[in-house]
Structure formats: C-alpha cells, structure tokens
Design a protein around this ligand. Structure first.
Ligand code: ATP
Ligand code: SF4
Ligand code: MG
Length: 338
C-alpha cells in the first residue's frame, strides 16, 4: 500500500513477517504474528493499524523499531534499509521513536519531567550546556501544551494526570527530532475527553514536523478521526486498506464490516469496538486461523465458500489506494466459484 502523497515515503515496509514457535501440549507449531505485510507512510501522514487483540499490530511496530528481529521482509526509513544492518546505529534509533499505551510505565518515578526530556536531548547532541538544555526542555513542553513549562519540568511523573504524562512521553519522543513516530494505543488508557486532545496533538506534530505516524489502535473512531489511511489487520494479515473515511463508511472486507457493525451508535464508537466484535464472532479465533492455509477469516465469515478454506486470497485492488484480501473481490474470472 503506497502513500498517495507521492515522493519517497518516510517508512516503506515490504513483506514484513514474524513467526514464533508456539507450543500446544507436546506439539510445536509456527504462529504467524505478522504475515507478509507491506505499506508506506509519507511525510506528515498518519496511517492507522486497526484490528482486534492479537492481530499483530504491536508486532508490526516492534519489528519496525527493531525491538524484536523480523523473520522476513524489509523496512526502509528515509531510504535506509534498517533491518539490513546487524545493529541499529544511534541515528537509526533517533529516526524511529515509539510511544506506548501506559506512559507511566515508561517514565522513571524518581526523575523529574525535565530530566526525562534532557537525557535524549544531550545523548543525541540536540542541546549542550545547562541553559541550552533547559531552554530546549521548556520549548518541548510548550510544544506539547504543558504550561507553565518551568513548573511542569520540576514535577515527577506521579504529580501529573494521565493525559499530561502521555504529553511528556510524546515530548520525549520528539526531543530527538525523529522521522517516524510509532504510537501503540497511545490513548486507550485515557478518558474520552482527554483522548481527543492527544489525537489533536499528534495531528499537529505530524503536520508541523512532516512526521510519519503509525497509529496503532483498536478504536475505529480514533483511527477515522486521526488517520489519513487505515490498514485493517486480522491474524497477522492486512485484510483491508484505504483512506480512513472510505474504509469506515464503505468497508469491503467481511471482517471490517463486522467491526463496524459492532459500533451501535456514535457514543459507542469511543468504546473498544474491535474487542467486542471479536467476542461476538463464532468459529475459529485469529490464533487458530494462523495455523492453516486459506483465508484467515474463513472460520468466522458469513460468506465463506469452499475456495476460502484452501486458498489465501490476494490483496485485491478495488480502486486506487483501496484494497481488500477477499475472494469476493477477485477479478471477474475468479470470485468464490473459482
Ligand atoms: N514473544 C512472543 N512469543 C510468542 N508469541 C507472541 C510473542 N509476542 C507476540 N506473540 C503473538 O503474536 C500475535 C500478535 O501479537 P501482538 O502483540 O502483535 O497483537 P496486538 O494486535 O498488538 O494485540 P493487542 O491489541 O492485544 O495489543 C499474538 O497471537 C501474540 O500472542
Ligand atoms: S475470502 Fe472467503 S472467508 Fe475470507 S473474507 Fe472473503 S468470503 Fe470470507
Ligand atoms: Mg498490542
């Protein structure tokens, strides 16, 4: 899935795959956490990865950040093949920053906010000397909406609200001037009222800095609100991709339709739609679906046909930028009877 913005994408992911050996009783089988995933994220663009628990969203982020080794595939960041090098350089680490669901867990309770921001600034040579570092820390805090900066810098993480802590985590990621921000469920621990503020902040930063953001969420409403494009993951496969509005208003894949049907009204769109959808589904779980051949959604699909059980569908192009991995969308000669 390429960036419609044109030009060299900031992140280009090709055929990214991760398998784990999973034990069940005496048998060991291969679990595909991520299967042949490809997409681009352009400058200033936000791309959402959505899907229920276990679909492979965090695995994608961990592979791009090189927190775990990939089984196969390529990741280019600003044109550099980051998986090819044996170890990431300091500059590779600078380019790709990550924020997580629980900012409290990633902030050291004994250090002040100022200390958390000063460290990456100094380590990556972004500021030198007390006065310059203090000014850079204050500018970062102001930039993420934390005022008055000097007062916030002197506080410890437990003296901040959840929303403020997430803003500090974002400021820390931005301190090193990254190309890519991997945001793994950054708002799922926040109240709806605080959530919108963080989403707006991410959008502002993407636009102002030309930052490429991969936004991981199980909340379709947040994906539609923030992301230019959305990829839907199921059992490690991209099953649908396209402009977020198009995916949400005219879903093409039976799984995406199920996710959206599980959103009964506007209010409920701010709850965990993907998880509720997964609990309604009959048939094989995504984990079981990983084991066999055929369409990973076959065990739960209302439209399943014999072909679906034996043949993995391609990611068919529906229109420019729109794709769905389903035999229903195969070119006329194929379809379910093929
Ligand atoms: N270290 C590991 N060893 C074995 N299996 C793993 C490991 N890490 C992840 N998995 C499996 O890979 C699959 C994808 O996990 P992942 O964490 O990427 O899902 P996710 O979409 O982020 O889910 P959630 O919404 O719950 O965060 C799951 O089946 C998970 O159990
Ligand atoms: S390929 Fe078949 S089982 Fe899979 S989503 Fe399409 S119709 Fe359903
Ligand atoms: Mg996850």
């Amino acid at each position: 899935m390429t960036s419609p913005a044109g030009g060299e994408p900031v992140v280009a992911v090709r055929g990214l795959t991760k398998t784990y050996a999973a034990r069940r009783g005496l048998r060991t089988r291969t679990l595909r956490a991520l299967a042949d995933v490809s997409f681009d994220v352009g400058r200033g663009e936000v791309v959402a990865l959505v899907g229920e628990s276990g679909s492979g969203k965090s695995t994608a982020a961990r592979l791009i950040a090189r927190l775990v080794p990939a089984t196969a595939g390529q990741v280019r960041v600003a044109g550099r093949d980051v998986l090819a090098a044996r170890r990431p350089t300091l500059d590779d680490r600078r380019r790709v920053q990550m924020i997580f669901q629980d900012p409290f867990a990633s902030l050291n309770p004994v250090h002040t906010v100022g200390h958390h921001l000063a460290r990456p600034l100094i380590r990556h040579g972004k500021a030198r000397g007390r006065a310059e570092v203090a000014a850079a820390v204050h500018a970062l805090l102001e930039g993420v909406g934390l005022h008055p900066a000097a007062e916030v810098a002197a506080r410890h993480p437990h003296q901040l609200s959840g929303g403020q802590r997430q803003r500090v985590a974002i400021a820390r990621a931005l301190a090193v001037d990254p190309d890519v921000l991997l945001a793994d469920e950054p708002t799922s621990m926040l109240d709806a009222s605080l959530r919108v503020g963080i989403l707006n902040l991410l959008r502002e930063q993407a636009t102002a800095r030309g930052l490429a953001i991969l936004f991981i969420t199980h909340d379709l409403a947040s994906a539609r609100y923030l992301a230019d494009r959305t990829l839907v993951l199921y059992a490690g496969h991209v099953v649908e991709a396209g402009a977020s509005d198009a995916v949400m208003t005219a879903p093409a894949h039976p799984y995406t339709r199920r996710l959206i049907a599980a959103l009964p009204d506007r209010h409920a769109r701010l709850v965990d739609a993907a998880r509720s959808a997964s609990s309604q589904g009959a048939g094989a779980s995504p984990d079981a679906a990983r084991a066999g051949a055929g369409c990973p959604f076959a065990g739960r699909c209302p439209d399943v046909h014999e072909r679906c059980r034996r043949e993995l569908p391609s990611l068919h192009v529906l229109s420019p930028g729109r794709r769905a991995r389903c035999h229903l969308h195969a070119p006329a000669s194929g379809g379910l009877d093929g």
